[in-house]
Design a protein around this ligand. Structure first.
Ligand code: PAF
Length: 287
């Protein structure tokens, strides 16, 4: 496995591979890898000849009072895991390489970036779209894999790729969960033992909604009320939002049908957790 830290060397590698006709799969990460990330690598391998993974804790997607400084950084362990997974290249640039001074260009997906997570983290998605646009230009992948846990991120990136003609195929992989249902996240390490038990309430609430939807209930108001009842069982969990929206517009919908996203965010102690379930265009659901 090759470790690359400069933009020039990464582009050179990708140019060379593309000229040889190699199909490049890409999994962008901020490191602190867990089984969810590794599932993205496995998925990328099935759809590409070689896989590049990036590790970059992107400062522009953190708000001023957020956890950029304390975000878990486990580079050595991550690199070992990626080598075991058969990744061809790890791209791990220093901050100054990705953001040399004087970088004043923005990439914004209007509207979608202001809803749900964006209403609470106003600059977050501008940071995500900026860094992913840069990574796409540098790595030049044919296909990039993202996790469904960050459903709004995936929706916004799909829109960016379409609107700016990136020519990169986006693949969105199912959420990987702990045995009790908690969605895997690099931020789960922040949870104390007591908070870890409290945190699972979000998955439990969403699962209750999903089960009831599978049993035939379609009204958003009924499903939301059921999920809110479950959330109320855990007073330590503070709700940021629980919304039932269209995946196209992220605006609320009255009925849960094809193309609906049910997304929630809570805070437990100092940790923010997000999770969701959704209904595909063919009418099947996924939690
Ligand atoms: O999902 C993440 O880990 C990040 O938002 C991403 C896509 C790597 C951009 O920094």
């Amino acid at each position: 496995m090759r470790m690359i830290t400069t933009v020039a060397e990464m582009r050179q590698w990708s140019d060379h591979e593309r000229r040889r006709g190699t199909r490049i799969g890409f999994v962008p990460t901020m490191g602190a890898l867990h089984a969810g990330h590794l599932s993205l690598i496995t998925r990328a391998k099935t759809n590409a000849d070689v896989v590049v993974a990036s590790i970059f804790v992107n400062p522009t997607q953190f708000g001023p009072r957020e956890d950029f400084a304390s975000y878990p950084r486990t580079l050595e362990r991550d690199v070992d895991l990626l080598a075991q997974e058969g990744v061809a290249v790890v791209f791990a640039p220093p901050t100054g390489e990705m953001y040399p001074s004087g970088c004043i260009t923005a990439v914004r997906v209007e509207g979608l970036s202001a809803r749900l997570e964006g209403a609470i983290r106003p600059s977050h998605f501008a940071g995500v779209t900026l860094v992913v646009a840069k990574l796409f230009h540098i790595v030049q992948p044919h296909v990039a894999v993202f996790g469904r846990k960050d459903a709004q991120q995936a929706i916004i990136l799909q829109r960016m790729v379409r609107d700016l003609d990136f020519g990169v195929e986006l693949d969105v992989a199912p959420t990987v969960r702990e045995a009790d249902g908690l969605a895997m996240s690099s931020r789960n390490v922040y949870l104390s033992i007591a908070e870890r038990k409290q945190a699972v309430v979000l998955a439990r609430a969403l699962q209750t909604g999903f089960r009831t939807w599978n049993e035939g209930e379609r009204k958003s108001a009924v499903l939301r009320a059921l999920m809110m009842n479950v959330l109320a069982e855990e007073p330590a969990a503070r709700l940021d939002y629980l919304e039932i929206v269209s995946q196209r517009t992220l605006e609320p919908v009255a009925m849960v049908r094809s193309g609906t996203l049910v997304a929630g965010a809570i805070r437990v102690g100092k940790t923010r957790l997000i999770d969701n379930w959704w209904v595909r265009e063919d009418g099947t659901g996924e939690f």
